[in-house]
Design a protein. Structure first.
Length: 415
């Protein structure tokens, strides 16, 4: 029976067995350790094994999706969730490392490279498998359908690619390729992330990396320890928390609704302020025209004071690209058509999230009023670092589009 050893912070905490369905069992030594913590609420600390759809969903959600997964399947001759995890799950979202028996997590090692080299590789189309084509002894896995590279940024600013099970500290997201009509998405994402940050929404730190023309995002699930090394914090995305595979990340496909997200967040014990943040996230996504805000774009992070809604990530104005979906990822007050979301839908969402309609509309008003000046400030700063031409054009289009979305929604909501 093939198996994978599951490690966390250098300890083997369990084993995943390649059975139908997948089976996970905690390590007995780990169970006896005071530091032992459940990897998710669905898997409480116990000696009995877990098997079934929720085990599959938990681990499948660690893998890339769509075209990136298909490339990994082809390059590793691994078509199953187990086979892919075996090949790539050395550095994942959160704290877990999966390795075949006989292999142990090694002291972190990195291949130092340069931004210019990565830029050249990107020009040659060599980014889709998280950087494995730049460095072939990488073993990294991160969810999402977009091509990205996991790396670490050294103190002197140079990038370094993790080798084996070494942790990455940053995610580099180049422009999305292969979706007709989508261009300069990395700059779009940088703008949306910085705008959310300027509005004080609690966002992962993102900058526009000038050489690669890509969005460089600091991982909030990595922390520098006293010796300058990186430690991993545990995190779960809302599909993992709901026990559904990544294919169900959209509510319209049967994935979690906002009501379920609220329930899951409360059940795991996030502080009350995080429900406010959830509402702010929905409002912000509507106001900037980000329709791709599905359940895998929300995560909870394990902190010393307990589970918290993680900083926001994967924000972008999708409506600036005519080919992308016109439907919002969640239903708000019964509709996923943004043009049909009025103040009564916002009020319905408020009660779904356990808030007074008055309070929710007040939060929406605050963001809608603060957004245009924050947008101007964010765009002005980006204009100083981007090239004239395409990138400037995108910033101008985004300025118009986001202000228009904000104005129209503000009117519909009676702000
Ligand atoms: N700053 C961050 N720190 C830690 N983990 C992150 C961060 N940003 C993203 N992640 C994790 O990586 C996953 C993929 O990131 P992201 O959502 O940006 O990719 P994507 O390919 O654009 O996704 P999608 O398929 O939604 O378009 C997320 O689901 C989350 O688990
Ligand atoms: Mg995403």
């Amino acid at each position: 029976m093939r198996s994978l050893n599951v490690y966390q912070a250098g300890h083997q905490i369990g084993t995943l067995y390649d059975e139908q369905p997948l089976r996970f069992v905690y390590d007995t030594h780990w169970l006896a350790t005071p530091a032992a913590q459940a990897i998710a609420p669905a898997f409480p600390l116990q000696a009995e094994p877990f098997a079934g759809g929720h085990v599959h969903a938990f681990f499948e959600n660690l893998l890339p999706e769509g075209p990136v997964r298909r490339l990994l399947q082809a390059s590793h001759h691994a078509s199953t969730t187990f086979g892919l995890l075996r090949s790539v799950a050395g550095d994942t979202a959160g704290s877990l490392i999966l390795l075949p028996p006989g292999e142990l997590p090694k002291p972190p090692a990195y291949h130092i490279t340069s931004w210019q080299h990565i830029a050249e590789q990107l020009r040659q189309g060599k980014a889709p498998t998280l950087g494995a084509q730049i460095q072939d002894d990488m073993r990294v896995s991160l969810a999402g359908a977009q091509a990205k590279i996991l790396l670490t940024v050294l103190d002197d600013g140079r990038p370094a690619i993790p080798v084996g099970t070494a942790p990455s500290s940053h995610i580099l997201k180049p422009d999305i390729q292969g979706i007709p009509g989508v261009w300069a998405s990395a700059l779009n994402e940088t703008l949306a992330m910085q705008l959310a940050d300027n509005l004080g929404l609690g966002t992962a730190t993102a900058v526009y990396q000038a050489d690669t023309r890509a969005c460089l995002i600091r991982r909030y699930d990595r922390q520098t320890d006293a010796h300058g090394g990186l430690t991993r914090l545990h995190q779960l995305d809302l599909c993992q928390l709901a026990g559904v595979p990544s294919g169900l990340k959209y509510e319209s496909d049967g994935g979690p609704s906002l009501a379920q997200c609220r329930y899951l967040l409360q059940e795991i014990g996030v502080p009350a302020k995080d429900l406010k943040r959830l509402l702010q996230w929905v409002i912000f996504n509507l106001l900037i025209g980000n329709h791709d805000s599905h359940a895998k774009n929300l995560s909870v992070l394990a902190t010393p004071s307990g589970w918290q809604l993680a900083p926001f990530y994967d924000l972008m104005c999708t409506t600036v690209y005519p080919g992308l979906s016109r439907q919002f990822a969640f239903r708000i007050g019964g509709t996923n058509q943004p043009g049909q979301i009025g103040s009564s839908q916002i009020q319905a969402m408020a009660s779904v999230l356990g808030m007074s309609p008055h309070y929710a509309l007040g939060l929406a008003r605050d963001i809608a009023h603060a957004l245009p000046p924050a947008l101007d400030k964010t765009i002005k700063a980006l204009q100083t670092i981007v090239y004239p031409g395409t990138e400037h054009t995108l910033l101008e289009r985004l300025a118009q589009r986001i202000k228009q979305e904000t104005r129209k929604h503000g009117q519909r909501w009676g702000l």
